[in-house]
Design a protein around this ligand. Structure first.
Ligand SMILES: Cc1cc2nc3c(=O)[nH]c(=O)nc-3n(C[C@H](O)[C@H](O)[C@H](O)COP(=O)(O)OP(=O)(O)OC[C@H]3O[C@@H](n4cnc5c(N)ncnc54)[C@H](O)[C@@H]3O)c2cc1C
Ligand SMILES: *[C@@H]1O[C@H](CO)[C@@H](O)[C@H](O)[C@H]1NC(C)=O
Ligand SMILES: *[C@@H]1O[C@H](CO)[C@@H](O)[C@H](O)[C@H]1NC(C)=O
Ligand SMILES: *[C@@H]1O[C@H](CO)[C@@H](O)[C@H](O)[C@H]1NC(C)=O
Ligand SMILES: *[C@@H]1O[C@H](CO)[C@@H](O)[C@H](O)[C@H]1NC(C)=O
Ligand SMILES: *[C@@H]1O[C@H](CO)[C@@H](O)[C@H](O)[C@H]1NC(C)=O
Length: 486
């Protein structure tokens, strides 16, 4: 895959190439370049400064980490505009980040500055009109708790730590997808800063082409500073039935047959994910199922019974507030930062038991051959009936027909295992594609490795329109590192 990076003539660590601002000098520090143009509350640091780690946006994975030459944390939208303008004028590549959860292949060879969006952390709720507006530094947790506290809810991702806008601009899937569709389906409008440093609004009525493009390919068009969404009244007073099952390896086929019974007829309030993992203590692979039902245990009971019939070795039924459920991503370590973790992903509309069984066997063999591999393979099941109600033409995100979102989180401590992991996982992806139910790969960009290409993320049919819009809004590829459209 071609990765487009603007050339950065960094002369020394901590120094950025100087452009037209001071023709007499070869280079200056990042502080000198930006300081006089931004408000005093904007934080700036070179990578060699002692205070760098307090300014740079934190990253979730250590895989393909960019080599930042410096970092800026703007205090205001106007500061962010200035930072984009000055960076573009001086040919300084940048990546704006918030949660830091979106690593992509190739970013490890990126050199440039980090724009840390963390200061834009306000959540404003308008209960009367059922709207919430979030800033670019808001994490999912801020939205989940903010709405829970006022008796409202919104579809988000399942963890608390990713950036709310970062999740949204890829599509945004999670355990409420069955009830409300994707996060982009409830997105009403955004404010964003373009490659020219202009502040524009996009919605169904303003810059509607841009609004189409940022609902799926948002990382390619600018920096969204603020997003407004529709919200919903709480379901079941905000309480969820959450059940965990653990299955021994020998039960894999029975479990996969159970999962298959939900193909095409998954209830809106029922979501589940199965996690293939290896238990090093027992030296055996196992499968964990997490089932979520947005209603009382009595209503969830038929589904609990269905999974219980597949013979778990552990079954634990809980009933808890949504926020407690989301918070488990923190206590379970899902949000932990600093591990090497890459991802592969593919969407399916069906469960092919023999294919899952072969994948499970291959995973098991890979765990045994590679004792330091601590990755997982996850099948997330969300009803797509609500998602399909929005016409495909509404958003550049094209894959409304996915019911099963397969993703791996390939965790390994020894970086030298990387090539073997990639080769193995790409092989698994090729195998699983043949029984995905789709002729061409349907890949969710936010879960992608980065090598799949724009047609797999946005559909071949959408590419002409998407590329045309790119040529209008970002002709010099200022945005979209790790997400090449060509
Ligand atoms: C532990 C974990 C759990 C996850 N769970 C889910 C889930 O349940 N559902 C789901 O749909 N996805 C999920 N994801 C994937 C997630 O949607 C992506 O990783 C997303 O990119 C995260 O955004 P971020 O702000 O945290 O990441 P960052 O790395 O900060 O940003 C990712 C990309 O988005 C761009 N970006 C970020 N903010 C903005 C902005 N305001 N304007 C323009 N561009 C921006 C960045 O430049 C970068 O290209 C999960 C990921 C992880 C690691
Ligand atoms: C970080 O340190 C550098 C060098 O001492 C200084 O110029 C800069 O202002 C500092 N930034 C912040 C945010 O403190
Ligand atoms: C939801 O849980 C709260 C406690 O967190 C409880 O007060 C309330 O009665 C519960 N409602 C339902 C419908 O279960
Ligand atoms: C784990 O099991 C595999 C066979 O399934 C065996 O080859 C290996 O030696 C075992 N490892 C340990 C530590 O027991
Ligand atoms: C998966 O289940 C099948 C059918 O019971 C069994 O033959 C196979 O050994 C199991 N796979 C693993 C890795 O245990
Ligand atoms: C999967 O999608 C294909 C192509 O859209 C369709 O022909 C098939 O019926 C779908 N299968 C299921 C189980 O929905």
């Amino acid at each position: 895959m071609l990765t487009r990076l603007l050339a950065l003539a960094a002369v020394a660590p901590g120094l950025v190439a100087y452009g037209k601002k001071a023709p007499g000098r070869a280079a200056c520090t990042i502080e000198e370049l930006f300081e006089s143009s931004v408000s005093p509350a904007t934080e700036i640091a070179s990578s060699t400064d002692a205070n760098f780690s307090s300014v740079v946006g934190p990253r979730w994975s250590a895989w393909e980490a960019p080599a930042w030459s410096g970092a800026i944390k703007p205090a205001t939208e106007a500061d962010l505009q200035k930072i984009v303008q000055i960076s573009v004028e001086n040919n300084i590549p940048f990546i704006a980040t918030n949660g830091g959860h979106g690593p992509k292949q190739g970013q490890g060879s990126f050199t440039g500055i980090n724009i840390n969006l963390g200061s834009f952390n306000t959540v404003s709720i308008d209960t009367a009109n059922n709207l919430v507006t979030v800033g670019a530094g808001v994490k999912l947790w801020d939205v989940q708790t903010g709405l829970y506290n006022v008796g409202k809810e919104i579809q988000t991702g399942n963890s608390i730590c990713p950036g709310a806008i970062g999740v949204t601009i890829g599509a945004g899937i999670g355990m409420m997808t069955g009830m409300y569709g994707l996060m982009i389906d409830t997105l009403k409008s955004v404010r964003m800063i373009t490659a020219k440093g202009q502040l524009v609004k996009a919605s169904a009525t303003e810059n509607s082409d841009l609004f189409w493009a940022i609902r799926g390919a948002g990382v390619n068009f600018g920096i969204v500073t603020e997003a407004t969404y529709g919200i919903h009244d709480q379901t079941n007073e905000g309480n969820v039935t959450a059940v965990t099952f653990v299955y021994a390896a020998a039960s894999n086929r029975t479990l996969f047959e159970t999962m298959k019974t939900f193909d095409g007829n998954q209830p809106a309030k029922l979501s589940f994910q199965t996690v293939i993992q290896f238990n090093r203590a027992s030296n055996a692979s196992q499968i964990v199922v997490q089932l979520w039902y947005f209603g009382p245990v009595s209503e969830a009971q038929p589904y609990i019974d269905t999974f219980a019939a597949a013979g778990p070795v552990v079954q634990s039924v809980t009933y808890l507030p949504q926020t407690d459920l989301y918070y488990q991503s923190e206590t379970a370590g899902v949000c932990d930062r600093g591990h090497i973790i890459s991802a592969h992903s593919l969407g399916f509309n069906q469960t092919v038991v023999s294919s899952y069984e072969a994948h499970f066997a291959d995973m098991t063999a890979f765990y045994i051959t590679n004792p330091s591999f601590a990755g997982i393979s996850v099948f997330q099941y969300y009803s797509n009936k609500q998602t399909l109600k929005t016409p495909a033409s509404e958003t550049v995100f094209p894959w409304r027909d996915i019911q099963v979102w397969w993703l791996t989180q390939n965790q390994y401590s020894d970086a030298s295992l990387g090539p073997q992991v990639d080769k193995f996982m790409i092989g698994q992806r090729t195998n699983l594609q043949t029984t995905s139910g789709f002729d061409t790969p349907h890949v969710y960009f936010n879960y992608a490795f980065g090598d799949e290409g724009a047609a797999a993320w946005y559909s071949a049919a959408n590419l002409p329109r998407l590329r045309k819009l790119k040529s209008i809004w970002d002709p010099n590829f200022v945005f979209g590192n790790g997400a090449p459209l060509y």
